[in-house]
Structures are given as C-alpha cells and as structure tokens.
Design a protein around this ligand. Structure first.
Ligand code: CNA
Length: 294
C-alpha cells in the first residue's frame, strides 16, 4: 500500500482518516464518483497515466489520442476506432476489490449513487444495482448501428474488436455490400451500417440518466468519495465544484488531484486504500477479494 497522505482541509472539522471513517459510519447517502483507476488492477489501462491508453496511442503516431473517441472521426473513418478498441475491451465476469467496496456500501444501504466514467461495465458484474449506477460515458454493454439504430448486446461485437475489424450491423450489411457491388460506393458514408458501442464519444451528449439524477443527488448526498479518476473530463469533473460546501469530499487516488479542493486525499492504490478503510471500520466490513464473479 502506498502511503496515505493528507492534503489541505476545506472545512475545519473534517481533515483526517479518522474523520473519513466516522463519516462513512454515519453516512447513508454516499455519492461515489469513479474512473479508470478502479479497473487498472485488472489490467485495463487508464487514459492519462504514463503507461495509459493515450501514451500507447501516441506511440502509434496519433497526434491527439482523444481523436479515437471523436464522433465525427468515427463517421469519417470507423477503422481508426476499431483498430485500437481491443486495448480497452473489458474482460467479462470480473471485478476489482474496489468494485466490491462500492457493492458493500450498497449492501449497507449507504450508497446513494455511483457515477462511473468507466465504460467497462464491470460495476454490473460486481452487483451494483442499475438504479444505483449512472454510467456517465455509456458502456460496452450494448452497441447500436449508426444507420438503422439496431441494438445488440456488446459481446456480439467483441470478436470483431478482438480481430481489429469493423463490426457491421447484421441488418444493414447486406444492403451495404449490395451498394458497394453496384459501384455506388462514392455515395456511401464510411460508417454506413457500422455498429458503434454505446460509449459516449467526444461530441456526444451524456446519457439522459446523468442529467436527470445529478441535480437531486447533489442536494441529497451526505458524503462524496471520488475514486481512481483524474477528474479532467467535464461534466463529471464539475460535480466536485457543484457539491454544497457542507458536504465532506474525499479523494481516493494513486496521484494527487491539485485542481480540486478535497477535504481529505487518501493517496494510494484504491484496492489497498479501500481494504485499509474496511479493516478500520471493523469485522462487518469485509470486502471479498476474489476478482472473478461467481
Ligand atoms: P484518467 O484520466 O486516465 O485518470 C485515471 C486516474 O486514476 C489517475 O489520476 C490515476 O492516478 C488513477 N489511478 C490509476 N490506477 C489507480 C489505482 N490502481 N488506484 C487508484 N488510482 C489509480 O481516467 P478518468 O477515468 O479520470 O477519465 C475519464 C475517461 C477514462 C472516461 O471517459 C472513461 O471512459 C475512460 N476510460 C475508462 C476505462 C474503463 O472503463 N476501465 C479505461 C480507460 C479509460
């Protein structure tokens, strides 16, 4: 476990790990914000760390790695996304101890909502209830045809992703092939009949569920815990700014976050920090460690 370090305090009576422990004990409406860091222990790279996804893309010669998730570029050339998506393809039936920690908060009736920026859908394997979960940037759970909106389970397009091939819509593909054969290719958009995973690209609106919930949850919550995110992507990053000042805010992250004013920052690997907290919270706070779901 990396050393737990305390940073600046926002309000006077909430500034150390003991305060976090007592607040977790008392709270019953915890708003948990999560990001890629809660899945890195399973081998899924995050985006912005030195060994993250973006650094890998840079070595592939992409000038701005975020372009891979640009909606316009996807329509112009879906092969770019499909050539690298295998790198972030989520494993199935697996979750981290940190996912178990969130599930434990839910089981103890303490979880108001988990706002996750992750697209790996691992929260569902951990048993986070759909009502308790906002997948702010969508997920790989489903994929939709950009032409006819036909929807399939995400797993259906995983083989194509693994093979670095574009996944085509089972309904539109025969028309696409016919049009191509008839030499009408110049009229055919590159993305005709292409399946797009239901993840939110830059240039797309966040799912409605996010906007419907966040306003009320900010008024209702009694503790915010932000875990494994650099908080660099709006509007999720803005949640922290919008929290009423009386609500204590805790960060659990490997690296410090300097642009937000958390009351307490517990710096370290989130699985370890969560285990440490649970150990201190007592014997009824056991988080299961096996990473595979039963
Ligand atoms: P990010 O910007 O890459 O930040 C990740 C943060 O997590 C960094 O601050 C790291 O210090 C921290 N971190 C990494 N590993 C650990 C760990 N084991 N314990 C604690 N902290 C750790 O990623 P964000 O989530 O902030 O950015 C939002 C993007 C990332 C969303 O749009 C996601 O869709 C996207 N993303 C998701 C996944 C996934 O679903 N697993 C993977 C990669 C990227």
């Amino acid at each position: 476990m990396k050393k737990v370090r305390l940073m600046r305090s926002r309000i006077h009576d909430f500034y150390n790990i003991d305060h976090v422990l007592s607040k977790v004990k008392l709270a019953n409406k915890i708003l948990v914000i999560t990001g890629a860091g809660i899945s890195t222990s399973l081998g899924i790279p995050d985006f912005r760390s030195s060994k993250g996804f973006y650094s890998k893309l840079e070595s592939l010669g992409l000038s701005d790695p975020q372009e891979v998730f640009d909606l316009e570029l996807f329509h112009t050339d879906p092969s770019i996304f499909y050539s690298i998506a295998f790198m972030i393809l989520p494993p199935e039936n697996i979750h981290s101890p940190l996912h178990s920690f969130i599930k434990l908060l839910q089981s103890k009736q303490k979880l108001l909502r988990n706002y996750t920026q992750n697209i790996d859908n691992l929260e569902s394997y951990a048993g986070i209830h759909p009502d308790k979960l906002i997948q702010c940037h969508g997920s790989f759970a489903f994929a939709t045809c950009v032409t006819c909106q036909y929807k399939v389970k995400g797993e259906k397009i995983f083989p194509a992703i693994r093979n670095k091939e574009i996944a085509y819509c089972p309904k539109c593909n025969s028309t696409r092939l016919k049009l191509l054969k008839n030499d009408e290719v110049s009229y055919l958009p590159e993305s005709y009949g292409v399946m797009k995973p239901d993840i939110t690209f830059f240039g797309e609106a966040l799912p409605r569920k996010f906007h419907d919930s966040i306003k009320k949850d900010l008024l209702d919550c009694d503790l915010i815990i932000s875990i494994g995110t650099s908080l660099k992507v709006s509007p999720v990053a803005d949640i922290i700014e919008r929290v009423p000042p009386k609500i204590p805010q805790v960060l659990i992250n490997r690296d410090p976050i300097d642009h937000c004013n958390f009351d307490v920052s517990l710096l370290g690997y989130c699985d370890d920090v969560a285990s440490h907290l649970c150990q201190k919270l007592g014997p009824k706070w056991n988080i299961p460690h096996p990473k595979y779901s039963s």
